[in-house]
Design a protein around this ligand. Structure first.
Ligand SMILES: [Zn+2]
Length: 71
C-alpha cells in the first residue's frame, strides 16, 4: 500500500456542476404519489353515498407519479 506524502492539501475533487436535469414534474393529480384515493360508493340514486376510499392507480400518470409531458 503506497502512502501518499501528506501535503496538507486535500485532493482537489472537482465538483462538476452539472446542468440540473429538469426533474420530471410530479403529477398534479396524485402529487407524485402514483396513487389516488378512489371513493367507494354504495347505494343508488339519492341514496348513493361514499362509504370509503381506496387507493387506486393514478390514471393521469399511470402510477409513475410524474407528469407526462408527452401526452
Ligand atoms: Zn398521477
Amino acid at each position: 500500500m503506497a502512502t501518499r506524502p501528506d501535503t496538507g492539501k486535500t485532493p482537489a475533487r472537482r465538483r462538476t456542476t452539472k446542468p440540473k436535469v429538469a426533474a420530471p414534474a410530479s403529477c398534479p393529480v396524485c402529487k407524485g404519489d402514483g396513487t389516488v384515493s378512489v371513493p367507494v360508493m354504495v347505494g343508488r340514486g339519492k341514496q348513493r353515498r361514499q362509504v370509503a376510499a381506496q387507493d387506486g392507480m393514478c390514471l393521469t400518470c399511470l402510477g409513475s407519479g410524474q407528469s407526462d409531458a408527452t401526452t
